[in-house]
Design a protein around this ligand. Sequence first.
Ligand code: B1M
Length: 208
Amino acid sequence: MADLKALADAIIKGDQNTAVEVTKSALGEGTAAKSILEEGLIAGMDVVGERFKKNEVYIPEVLIAARAMKSAMEILEPELVKAGVKPVGKFVIGTAQGDLHDIGKNLVAMMLKGAGFEVVDLGVDVAPEKFAEQVKDTDTQLIGISALLTTTMPAMEKTIKALKEASVSAKVMIGGAPVTQGYADKIGADGYAADAASAVDVAKSLVA
Ligand code: B1M
């Protein structure tokens, strides 16, 4: 019987080798890919997210845990596809036009992947029209925009307008150091999160 608790612990510790080994042996023993994902990988990342929220761990620990998760996911992904396991939701994320900061955006993307979302990362300096083009006629449920500069925050509002003009119905979540809930309300965003762990909670509530 595969020890999925050991897998969750390996993610929490950021122990890449153990995460990969336990994933391989669990699959070898015939454990369902969905159980490995939910009871091992996501369970581990949930703990990391909670600890990050409480300032019990910091960005480096989250990045190391995400790296361990990524390596295990590379092994698990083909099995999940074979088993027809659907992601929690499809999330397209990018940094606002004119903004090159991506550390926080990458962290949000990693935590969302850790929570079972399919994440498409458009990178930095993403024009409003590019967001719209990329999600139009797709099954994207959520769009995330990150901005670190007060001067690039207006590009978030422009992106929301461009999405409306392109008749995109996906919900929009925004975040980044200068962004607030008040600003999100003002520009008509559906959600705001102050940090990567809360971004997962907000994303889950928006797709629920
Ligand atoms: Co820049 N920079 N920078 N910079 N830089 C800041 C943001 C600044 C506050 C520094 C300062 O003056 N004190 C300032 C902005 C001032 C302002 O507008 N209020 C600033 C400036 C002015 C600039 C330049 C204009 C400097 C210049 O060239 N004169 C220039 C702009 C370039 C551009 O973007 N066009 C610039 C450039 C750069 C570097 C390229 C050198 C580098 C970026 C490297 C990179 O990202 N690859 C950089 C960095 C590293 C910073 C600081 C030091 C750190 C930012 C960071 O990564 N934080 C920053 C000062 C600071 O914050 N101490 C600063 C860590 C990261 C994990 O936090 O991104 O806030 P953060 O993400 C958090 C949350 O905000 C949230 O979750 C994350 C994790 O908890 N979050 C989301 C983020 N996105 C989210 C999206 C969500 C939800 C939550 O939903 C979608």
